[in-house]
Design a protein around this ligand. Structure first.
Ligand SMILES: Cc1cc2nc3c(=O)[nH]c(=O)nc-3n(C[C@H](O)[C@H](O)[C@H](O)COP(=O)(O)OP(=O)(O)OC[C@H]3O[C@@H](n4cnc5c(N)ncnc54)[C@H](O)[C@@H]3O)c2cc1C
Length: 361
């Protein structure tokens, strides 16, 4: 890397970072995309491209998803509430491993002229002489690069957020995933969500990808016995061991984001996707909001560099519409907790209507 000053440094090669980097690169901005893991990297995620933000933006920004990037298409979401209540919401949901989906998007960013540096750690980020300095380490090598703008797309526990908003109080919980191989007596082309305690949470999901099925969700460690019982009823042997297990953290920023005490843009630093807390309430769908906010962040930087206002102001204005949707879904989510004591049927119907709204509208 000869000249080390970039117009924009994007941190994180998930959907939010890839779309931002691709748009900035395409607009002719000198763009660097930094990723902490070696690419391609997987991510704990069901990998469903659901909701109109995700579906439209993937197509508009990256084109049709090649067949090898997907594992298939789900035809519905089935909710299993308590032991005897099941309801299916018909939907068409492309699905894949995030490793393949995100890498495909990252390659599009590279084709648009973005430089990508993976397996890199950021030792520190400081603002100095009108630009942001990144001290990097890759293996045994160290390097310093500069960016006039920073797009923080580095997920739920964003280092960029922590650097520039050090005092935020973030609630978090763990999500776990176990991958098994083999048959299960369950519809393979549905995404299955189990609410064994007739409550929106804790819950777990079962979904097939190729000949693997995954059991995953936030807080599933509290459901060990229920999961074993339920899975045995679908034919998973008692002694079955997963091929692998992994996990990640889910951060919740709704309270501070929706009351606007936290604004995810400051000077020339813009946060997108999970780093900004834009994961949708209840479904925890975040690919769509990462793509939408990533695209807005890129537009904001492009405009600011063209001398049309500040990136911060433009970005926060664009986020307003997203916030309206988040607020509406958050209200519905809180209502579901009130409906739960009325029983499995009532909760199931409320959740189905919520999911129909998120997936099909
Ligand atoms: C169990 C589970 C299931 C889910 N299922 C779905 C689903 O089916 N559909 C859906 O839409 N959403 C789903 N989500 C949510 C979705 O995974 C996220 O909302 C989405 O990935 C957010 O995208 P992002 O680009 O903001 O961040 P991420 O996809 O998390 O990408 C962030 C990137 O930044 C990198 N990074 C982190 N720190 C640094 C650093 N310091 N320096 C450089 N790089 C860094 C990470 O390695 C990562 O590559 C699910 C989440 C969970 C936990």
């Amino acid at each position: 890397m000869e000249n080390k000053t970039f117009d924009v440094v994007v941190v994180g090669a998930g959907p939010g970072g890839c779309v931002a980097a691709k748009k900035c690169g395409k607009a002719g901005l000198r763009t660097l995309l930094l990723e902490k893991k070696k690419l391609p990297r997987d991510k704990v995620c069901s990998g469903m491209i659901m909701g109109y933000w995700a579906k439209n933006l993937v197509k508009d920004e990256f084109g049709d998803i090649p067949a090898h990037v997907l594992t298939g298409t789900y035809r519905g979401v089935t909710l299993h509430t308590g032991r005897n209540n099941s309801i299916t919401i018909p939907a068409v949901i492309p699905v894949g491993w995030r490793k393949n989906l995100d890498y495909w998007m990252c390659q599009k960013a590279t084709e648009a002229g973005t430089e990508v540096l993976d397996a890199v750690s950021i030792n520190r980020i400081v603002y100095t002489e009108g630009k942001y300095q990144f001290d990097l380490r890759k293996g045994k090598d160290t390097e310093t690069v500069y960016g006039r703008f920073v797009i923080g797309a580095d997920g739920a526990f964003s280092q960029v957020r922590h650097t520039f908003w050090p005092d935020l109080n973030i609630e978090s919980r763990a999500a776990l995933r176990e991958c098994y191989q083999g048959p299960l007596k369950i519809e393979k082309d549905h995404f299955h969500w189990f609410f064994p305690r007739v409550s929106p949470s804790p819950r777990f999901a079962v979904n097939y990808k190729e000949d693997h099925f995954l059991i995953e969700g936030g807080g599933i460690k509290h459901l060990r016995n229920e999961i074993q019982d339920i899975m045995m009823s679908y034919g998973l042997p008692f002694e079955a061991k997963p091929l692998w297990r992994d996990g990640c953290g889910i951060a919740s920023l709704y309270n501070i984001l929706l009351d606007e005490s936290f604004l995810p843009a400051k000077q020339n630093v813009l946060l997108v996707g999970d780093a900004a807390g834009l994961l949708l309430p209840f479904t925890q769908e975040g690919i769509g909001s990462a793509l939408k906010s990533g695209a807005y962040a890129a537009e904001s930087v492009i405009k600011a560099l063209a001398g049309i206002g500040t990136a911060q102001q433009y970005y926060l204005g664009k986020l307003r519409e997203m916030m309206r949707v988040l607020k509406e879904l958050r209200t519905l989510q809180l209502k579901m907790a009130e409906i739960a004591p009325k029983g499995a049927e009532a909760l199931s119907e409320a959740m189905a209507s919520f999911i129909d709204k998120t997936v099909n509208e």
